[in-house]
Design a protein around this ligand. Structure first.
Ligand SMILES: [Zn+2]
Ligand SMILES: [Zn+2]
Length: 347
């Protein structure tokens, strides 16, 4: 095996270099993974454009990653070369109070693989074996990158405790909105109402089990949600857009006692928000952050069983050497893209 590998390193905002780096060696408890596919998401776009504060360059992005085990270090059980895997990118310290409570996603010293530590836009990655999860042999590795996103969606819906027969509204139909709609349908929610300005995304949501699609902005959709829920309002609203307008509209759509998920990661201030509806309608706002290790295996099973079809999300595939083009395209057309995948196996 060669002793160097090719890596796409982000050297400054919007500037990638394809560089040679020493091939890592799996130490005790570690595995070396040959990268197959890395999906690029909104988090990556924020790092790419330099909006993420406190970043140190160069940084190797890539946190929605699949590959195959190349070598295993001493003491690693249950993994052998050739095994297809997906990476849990939420790095945790293992000894803080959150980690001791088994809430590794809330680790006081948390990092993201592909931001605080080097990610998978590289031919190989080396990491502790506890961060890799086995995939079934036949699963296409580009599509399987979606499982990481699915795990974050599952994490949020578990916190919302969506029950059979509850009405669920999902605002925004990017990848996460689509997966939220599908998971709500699988939980037996009804009606599942999806809202987006993109008709093709609404069509996709309907194929994934949504019952009503509303082709408008969130504010204009409030009256229609009330009509579709018999005047009551929804039991649950999940906001995958983020910001002032969807927060206000989302709370307006809820029935008294309803639950709101501010799922989208947003730093936007919400000047129209007041706590009054939390009092008057007794609304619960339920946060969720990333995914817990325990979300990974059930998410793999949902895809392996066919309950969730992750085919059709990948809008384009680029080889590692053309990473810069992939990000340029994503930044130009974020609304038209569900996922762009970078193939680590092609030059
Ligand atoms: Zn992501
Ligand atoms: Zn910790």
């Amino acid at each position: 095996m060669a002793s160097v590998m090719r890596t796409a390193a982000l050297e400054a905002p919007r500037r990638f270099g394809i560089v040679s780096r020493p091939l890592p060696v799996a130490g005790p408890g570690e595995v070396l993974v040959r990268t197959a596919a890395t999906a690029v998401c909104h988090t990556d776009l924020g790092i790419y454009t330099g909006e993420h504060p406190g970043l140190k360059y160069p940084v190797v992005l890539g946190h929605e990653s699949t590959g195959t085990i190349e070598t295993v270090g001493d003491g690693v059980a249950g993994m052998a070369p050739g095994q297809p895997v997906i990476i849990n990118p939420i790095i945790s310290c293992g000894h803080c109070d959150s980690c001791r409570r088994n809430a590794q996603h809330l680790c006081r010293n948390a990092g993201l693989f592909g931001r605080e530590v080097d990610g998978s836009l590289s031919e190989f990655v080396c990491l502790p074996a506890r961060y890799v999860h086995a995939l079934p042999a036949q699963m296409p590795l580009a599509d399987a990158t979606l499982i990481e996103t699915l795990a974050t969606v599952r994490h949020a819906q578990n916190r919302l405790n969506v029950a059979r027969g509850e009405s669920v509204v999902v605002l925004g139909m990017g990848t996460t909105g689509l997966l939220h709609a599908r998971l709500a349908a699988l939980a037996g929610a009804g009606p599942v109402i999806v809202i987006s300005r993109s008709q093709w995304k609404l069509d996709m949501a309907m194929r994934m089990g949504a019952q009503h699609a509303i082709d408008t902005g969130a504010e204009q959709a409030v009256a229609e949600v009330l009509r579709l829920t018999g005047g009551d309002g929804a039991d649950v609203v999940i906001d995958t857009v983020g910001g002032d307008a969807t927060l206000k509209a989302g709370i307006d759509m809820l029935r008294p006692g309803g639950r709101f998920s501010p799922y989208a990661v947003s730093h936007a201030c919400c000047p129209t928000f007041s706590t009054f509806p939390l009092y008057f309608k007794e609304i619960s706002i339920i946060g969720s952050r990333a995914l817990a290790p325990s979300d990974m295996e059930p998410s793999i099973a949902l895809v392996a069983s066919g309950s969730i079809d992750v085919a059709g999300f990948v809008s384009a595939t680029y080889p590692l050497s053309r990473t810069a083009e992939a990000f340029e395209e994503y930044e130009r057309n974020p609304g038209r893209v569900l996922r762009i995948v970078i193939d680590g196996r092609e030059g």
